[in-house]
Design a protein around this ligand. Structure first.
Ligand code: ATP
Ligand code: MG
Length: 176
């Protein structure tokens, strides 16, 4: 690799369709919390976060992801919660979803196999709804069903710095 190979800040995510995106955006706006809603076009559920890597590693991870078979997953988004350190309010599945955990673990494995060092933190599936939230009481809502149809590789920002999202690649869930 040469010193001119630009870096890319990337992550794998499940990508809501337009309908769910609109519903989540409306929920984000109406939450009883301070801070500000995540733009509708940014709403996603992170599966794995390689972070800032070379273009060669992006290509290798993409090629490995091409060989994955995406499982059908059914999520019931019914839990609203808050992560105090990143100060985000989120919605997530009310209970553990084994297919989701397996997919996240598989992606983490393929990132590592591509030479990316991954953080060893517990996987907490969620869709961030609002940022800069200084206080938020968790509560449950009537669960929203989500059967994700699309996994994406997103580049957030440019040259490794966070910013607007670009969809680099997209993979569809197998029809059966
Ligand atoms: P910004 O940081 O500009 O506010 P962002 O958080 O949307 O924007 P990123 O920081 O690139 O953009 O993060 C993209 C996604 O990856 C987000 O869902 C974020 O929560 C998640 N993420 C960021 N850092 C990590 C990490 N170290 N481990 C796991 N997920 C992470
Ligand atoms: Mg961030």
């Amino acid at each position: 690799m040469t010193g001119t190979d630009p870096l890319h800040r990337v992550f794998f995510a499940l990508w809501p369709d337009q309908r769910l995106r609109a519903t989540l955006a409306a929920l984000a706006r109406s939450l009883p919390a301070d801070g500000r809603p995540v733009p509708a076009a940014h709403l996603h559920l992170t599966l794995a976060f390689p972070g800032t890597v070379s273009a060669a590693k992006v290509a290798e991870m993409s090629a490995r992801a091409d060989r994955l078979r995406l499982p059908k997953i059914r999520l019931m988004l019914g839990r609203l919660g808050w992560f105090p350190r990143p100060r985000v309010a989120w919605i997530g599945p009310s209970r553990t979803v084994p297919e989701l955990e397996s997919l996240a673990a598989e992606l983490k494995g393929l990132c590592e196999a591509s030479g990316v060092r991954m953080e060893d933190r517990a996987y907490r599936p969620h869709v961030t709804l609002r940022r800069f939230v200084t206080r938020f009481e968790s509560f449950d809502v009537e669960p929203m069903e989500w059967r994700p149809g699309e996994m994406v590789l997103i580049e957030s920002g440019q040259a490794g710095h966070p910013g607007p999202y670009q969809v680099l690649r997209s993979w569809s869930v197998s029809p059966d």
